[in-house]
Design a protein around this ligand. Structure first.
Ligand code: GLA
Length: 509
């Protein structure tokens, strides 16, 4: 009763403009779409001067921003976060709400496209609102090789298709489909849950928890294992993941132990909000921490680094125990994205330039596959599968395996192309010309991609001279047509479809 009176007084005082909103605030927005019982937190520091409100978004964090247009009038609070863009208008997100009975604001953010995200603005402490105290990065050392992933990992990941909607039931269904469609037989093994499985907060012992979409992770792992498959999970070295869920910051060993106890076989570890605490140059030490923790966990766990290719990760990824490391920003299901990742420059390099850093157990990761998600043509998806295979990239399908078309199946399960990807020698692919890529395979034959990035079908030629086999008797097989092709004494020319590829296996007779 006394509490209610106090709250009413606070509310009345606010309305009368007597109590200041100056202080730290937490905007808690339930993730209704994900339907997982969690809410996203965004922190503000506000300062009130009369009706004028100033302050900071994500105070002391990596993307701290000043709020603008702030006003508190008759219990209605309004401010704007305006993000500048070089050469374009700033993006405006409006935050507004009204004071509720209990001293909170019934609040919402309204994105530039009109999307309204409702929630509550709740007073919080400075400690909760600022990034956590910095834990000094450890001294560098070489983490012993875990012996896993001698060829690029193959499997599936939830993010590209499901984003935050992935559930336990979906994962079970995907595991079933992995077997029933023949994907498992073709070599796909890991079922990887990406971001949004995490609970709102850790339990009393500091253990990471799951949200209600994943009621029993151990039982799920048992189910996946019963299918002869392996289960992967996702976290961040930061206090939060990219989707704003609980990260592993300060709990690395504890989380690695928890994954082992659940029966997890693969961890994707995504830099994300580690940016709030560390500089890019500190990534090696921070990834090393989890590399050590996974080794100590007592269970073989593939370690997948995801820091978008910062800081030349290909030079140190294997030293921190990494089996694979992302080399690019996020892929999406559009030609421009595939073209940029496959052939463009990201983080100052092309995928070709860093191909030499892939070794058995340690691979460049140009991100997961979009094959079957619908945004590209079949020729573009064949190019996607082929270029990733020439690069010895991980093959992590990103589509819904339960509803694949026959065409998608024929692309993802082209075992002749998969054999190139999985070649044990892991020799680096080379560009003989920008459109002709070649990789020497363990048996001495060569995988050759004839690439057409143009907007019309075009002839592309490979010469035996450029492959160092001039004057030899050549046997050539088209890995998409699944047949041997007749070649000229000096070369072979194929008409390659728009945004397409012809993949050949060339050997001496
Ligand atoms: C980052 C990663 C993606 C995905 C999301 C999840 O953007 O690069 O692959 O894991 O986070 O939030």
């Amino acid at each position: 009763m006394r509490r209610v009176v106090l709250l009413l007084l606070v509310t009345a005082a606010f309305a009368a403009g007597q109590t200041s909103v100056t202080g730290y605030w937490d905007f808690q927005a339930p993730r209704t779409a994900n339907n997982d019982g969690t809410y996203r937190e965004t922190f503000f520091e506000l300062k009130q001067d009369g009706e004028t409100i100033t302050g900071r978004f994500n105070p002391n964090g990596w993307r701290e921003m000043q709020i603008s247009e702030g006003i508190l009038h008759n219990g209605a609070l309004h401010f704007v976060i305006s993000t500048p863009h070089a050469g374009a208008a700033p993006t405006r997100v409006v935050y507004e709400g009204t004071l509720a009975q209990d001293g909170k604001f019934t609040f919402a953010s309204i994105a530039a496209n009109g999307t309204r995200t409702p929630g509550e603005l709740v007073r919080t402490s400075r400690e909760a609102a600022l990034p956590p105290p910095r834990i000094a990065p450890p001294a560098l050392h070489d983490v012993p090789d875990n012996g896993l992933a001698r060829t690029p990992p193959m499997g599936w990941n939830s993010w590209n298709r499901f984003r935050g909607l992935i559930t336990d039931a979906d994962v079970r269904g995907i595991a079933d489909a992995m077997v029933s469609t023949g994907m498992a037989k073709a070599g796909y093994q890991y079922i990887n849950i990406d971001d949004t499985w995490e609970g709102q907060s850790r339990n009393a012992n500091g253990n990471i928890t799951t949200n209600r979409k994943f009621p029993d992770m151990k039982a799920l792992a048992e189910y996946v294992h019963s299918k002869g498959l392996k289960l992967g999970i996702y976290s961040s070295p930061g206090p939060q993941t990219c989707a704003g869920y609980e990260g592993s910051y300060g709990h690395e060993e504890q989380d690695a132990k928890q994954y082992a106890a659940w029966g997890i076989d693969y961890l994707k570890y995504d830099w994300c909000e580690a940016r709030n605490v560390y500089k890019d140059e500190e990534e090696q030490a921070i990834y090393q921490k989890m590399g050590d923790a996974l080794l100590k966990s007592g269970r073989p766990i593939v370690f997948s680094l995801c820091q978008y290719g910062h800081d030349n990760v290909w030079q140190w990824g294997s030293k921190v125990g990494g089996n694979l490391w992302r080399t690019t920003g996020d892929i999406n299901d559009h030609w421009a994205s595939l073209d940029l990742i496959g052939f463009g420059t990201q983080q100052g390099v092309t995928q070709l330039e860093i191909a030499q850093f892939a070794k058995p157990g340690h691979f460049n990761d140009p991100d997961m596959l979009e094959i079957g998600n619908g945004g590209l043509t079949a020729d573009e998806y064949r190019l996607h599968m082929s270029v990733w295979s020439l690069l010895a990239a991980p093959l992590l399908a990103g589509n819904d395996l339960r509803t694949m078309s026959d065409e998608t199946k024929s692309i993802l399960m082209n075992t002749e192309v998969i054999a190139v990807d999985q070649d044990k020698a892991v020799n680096p692919v080379r560009a003989l010309t920008p459109d002709v890529w070649a990789r020497t395979l363990a048996d001495g034959s060569m995988a050759v991609g004839l690439i057409n990035r143009g907007e019309a079908p075009a002839p592309v030629m490979v010469t035996w001279k450029s492959l160092g086999i001039a004057g030899k008797k050549i046997q050539a097989r088209d890995l998409w047509a699944h047949k041997d092709v007749t070649v000229s004494p000096d070369d072979y020319t194929a008409t390659v479809p728009t945004h397409g590829i012809v993949m050949l296996k060339i050997s001496e007779k």
